[in-house]
Design a protein around this ligand. Structure first.
Ligand code: NDP
Ligand code: 2IT
Length: 444
């Protein structure tokens, strides 16, 4: 059996009940087969792949917190410090009831290669909790975040591990966590990114993942002589990534006709009203039914369904495995030309394969959503030099980074005879830098 297949089997056996982690490992290892096969003896001797798929450290802890009625609850907190070959661990914190160690490991594993693709010095990590922020008061959120950080603060720091937002963790949660870290460690330092602008946050970090997604989508389309102007776009999700993807798509002249949350979805033939969406999601924290109520010409549907809408470009920006084979077939039937992932691993394995085999341009999340973490790294730079850059300066750096990511994944795919396969290109280009750093640093 090949080294790669042995490792994939080992990952499945040693990490049962973690299907998302298996999926992420399988996709990366399948893509780097050419490199591994050519170096099999050395890689086996150095247990290179074993070191790649086993996190450097996994931290799991109890998070007790008290609700507004005075009742205590206990959630589980996680931080997986996956790989520090190219820099301090970096990656978000997810707060969602579906969180378990397998989800955090899949996200942490993806983060290694994503962070490498940004060209910036950041290693891979991820964390979070099965806490559900929905329906909680501000005080309950604060209480949870403080308890979570009371334990996490022992393991992180501006030069060791720098968490940030993800699903369920936005500016409010980062603020409460930062306050608690500072109180317990006595350090005002860039230990978290996505901070508020008044205490060390970076302009354009809020927008970065969504804007970055559109910068790379635009680069992809231009490379194929297609103009994004006038194109119809379907977006899923209605959170941080989706909102700013919609905003930038509109600025580039495209029309976005859908968005969704975990209870339903909107079809707005006139184009999503992004100011209204921000008001509902960022300020009032309401469901998408509020969008329909405010904009009577739009349609609201319960459940999932955005991929049945005819579009040229599909941008899944909600969560993992939300775009299935059935959805991919609908997109194809409806003439979709490109799918670029805003979320982490939103497309199932069989759907990805179908899209690629049917000539639909496809960029995987580890490349196309890298703008968020890249801008987090720019926030770290600003914190280190105790300066703040202008919005335009950060935004233009972000655009440059995303254009580079596209050029690199495209070149890597071509170099290994897989032109246009951006999944292979992203995994190979991301892996090469990590490999070089791991080899240089010895067996650690
Ligand atoms: P938010 O919490 O801001 O928004 C998430 C959105 O997705 C919400 O609309 C949410 O609906 C919906 N959603 C979440 N879980 C599910 C689910 N199980 N089924 C259906 N809908 C769901 O998160 P982000 O926008 O930050 O993150 C979205 C994706 O982008 C995630 O995959 C994340 O890992 C990825 N990402 C985020 C980055 C960032 O900088 N924030 C950077 C790179 C990737 P509801 O509110 O109803 O739950
Ligand atoms: O998935 C991701 O890249 C993020 N949630 C952002 C991580 C970060 O450190 O900004």
């Amino acid at each position: 059996m090949s080294y790669i297949d042995e490792i994939i089997q080992q990952v499945i056996e040693k990490n049962p009940d973690e299907p998302e982690f298996h999926q992420a490992v399988r996709e990366v290892l399948d893509s780097i087969r050419v490199i591994v096969d050519a170096n099999e003896a050395q890689f086996r001797r150095d247990a290179l792949l074993e070191r790649l798929v086993n996190p450097e450290r996994q931290i799991k802890f109890r998070v007790p917190w008290i609700d507004d009625q005075g009742n205590a609850h206990v959630n589980t907190g996680y931080r997986v410090q996956f790989n520090s070959a190219i820099g301090p661990y970096k990656g978000g914190l997810r707060l969602h009831p579906s969180v378990n160690i397998g989800i955090i490991k899949f996200l942490g594993f993806e983060q290694i290669f994503k962070n490498s693709l940004t060209g910036l010095p950041i290693g891979g990590g991820k964390g979070g909790s099965d806490f559900d922020p929905k329906g909680k008061s501000d005080r309950e959120i604060m209480n949870f975040c403080q308890s979570f950080m009371s334990e996490l603060c022992k393991y992180i720091g501006a030069d060791t591990d720098v968490p940030a937002g993800d699903i369920g963790t936005g500016a409010r949660e980062i603020g409460y966590m930062f306050g608690q870290y500072k109180k317990l460690r006595g350090l005002f330092e860039g230990v978290l990114t996505g901070k508020g602008l008044s205490y060390g946050g970076s302009l354009a970090r809020t927008e970065a993942t969504g804007y970055g997604l559109l910068y790379i989508t635009d680069a992809l389309l231009r490379d194929h002589n297609i103009d994004i102007k006038g194109k119809t776009v379907a977006v899923s999700g209605a959170g941080n990534v989706a909102i700013y993807a919609i905003e930038k798509a509109q600025q580039l002249g495209a029309k976005v006709v859908t968005c969704s949350d975990s209870t339903g979805w909107i079809y707005d033939a006139e184009g999503i009203d992004v100011a209204l969406l921000k008001e509902i999601k960022e300020v009032r924290r309401e469901r998408l039914t509020a969008y329909k109520n405010a904009k009577l010409t739009s349609e609201y549907h319960e459940g999932r369904g955005v991929w049945q809408i005819k579009c040229d470009i599909a941008l899944p920006c909600a969560t993992q495995n939300e775009l299935t084979l059935e959805d991919a077939k609908l997109l194809k039937e409806n003439g979709c030309i490109a799918v670029c992932e805003g979320a982490n691993m939103p497309t199932t394995e069989d759907a990805t394969k179908f899209l690629q085999e049917n000539g639909i341009l496809f960029i995987p999340g580890k490349a196309s959503n890298a703008g968020g973490v890249a801008t987090s790294a720019l926030e770290m730079s600003q914190n280190s030099e105790r300066l703040s850059w202008s919005f335009d300066e950060v935004d233009s750096k972000l655009r440059g980074i995303m254009e580079n990511v596209y050029a690199n994944i495209s070149a890597a795919a071509k170099k290994y005879g897989m032109e246009g396969n951006y999944v292979a290109g992203a995994n190979i280009a991301g892996f090469e830098k990590v490999l070089d750093a791991m080899n240089a640093q010895g067996i650690v």
